[in-house]
Design a protein. Structure first.
Length: 263
């Protein structure tokens, strides 16, 4: 009898999957905090296989802010699903107005505009989508507070844009995108995933989009990492009086993911 119980216990334990079993070195709060030197910040990552999450600075993970350029993910998805754009037919002529970032001063398509985070391109995309359709999709996608009332071409930008989203809500939206569970076509979801694919190294692939607030006092990096056959969704934000760019959020995120054994 005792032998049977022992065998049963061993078999039961063998079926238990430890949280983040694919992560060779999970980090605690103190270790994550080290990555945010000079910034106030937050970080969350979710294992899509079992829903397990690691959370840093829980209060900020529940705070809504403008998505800024991370909204380009949603904007692209709406444009593709509604038929306003097709990936292979998405070119737009530059209007000739000189902007601070040199790569913005040329003709763009959906991929180049996503890669270089070209604001004017996605403002035109929003105009093509239109106010009513944009509102319908924001509700349909359940993205953030779903509010585009402050202006069709600016509602996701700055500190005054009406659209707000938390890091937790970013992760929830991206989880549905990477699990093909959003109420849009599978093709549009697949296309957007490809648009935000950043790099592949060995068995690891990083997807993501940065975003930077006014005067670089706030920065986002949101996305996913595929590690072997598992996928993890993350959101990072950084805050400071200056230099809190999205690229800094990405740098911090990649360092954390590397130390976790996911990159």
């Amino acid at each position: 009898m005792l032998r049977k119980l022992a065998v049963s216990l061993i078999m039961a334990l063998a079926t238990v999957t430890p949280a983040f079993s694919a992560i060779s070195s999970p980090l605690n709060d103190a270790q994550i905090s080290e990555e945010f030197k000079g910034y106030t910040g937050s970080f969350v990552i979710k294992d899509l296989s079992d829903g397990t999450t690691i959370r840093y600075n829980d209060g900020l993970l529940k705070k809504r802010d403008n998505p800024n350029s991370t909204f380009k993910i949603v904007n692209s998805l709406i444009a593709l699903d509604s038929g306003v754009l097709k990936v292979k037919d998405s070119s737009m002529k530059w209007d000739g107005k000189k902007r601070e970032i040199k790569t913005h001063n040329k003709d763009q398509d959906l991929q180049s505009a996503m890669t270089d985070s070209v604001v004017w391109y996605f403002q035109r995309v929003a105009e093509k989508i239109g106010k009513e359709r944009m509102e319908t999709y924001l509700h349909k996608l359940n993205y953030g507070n779903e509010d585009s009332s402050s202006g069709l071409t600016t509602f996701w930008l700055g500190n005054d844009g009406s659209l707000k989203v938390t890091p937790d809500e970013q992760v929830e939206f991206l989880s549905r995108l990477f699990e093909y569970k959003l109420p849009v076509s599978k093709q549009s979801m697949s296309d957007v995933r490809q648009l935000i694919k950043l790099k592949t190294e060995g068995n690891n692939t990083l997807f993501g989009k940065t975003g930077t607030g006014p005067k670089a006092q706030f920065g986002w990096f949101v996305g996913a990492v595929k590690h072997g056959d598992k996928s993890y969704i993350f959101a990072t934000n950084v805050r400071a009086n200056e230099n809190a760019y999205g690229r800094q959020a990405r740098k911090i995120t990649e360092s954390i993911l590397t130390k976790m054994g996911l990159l």
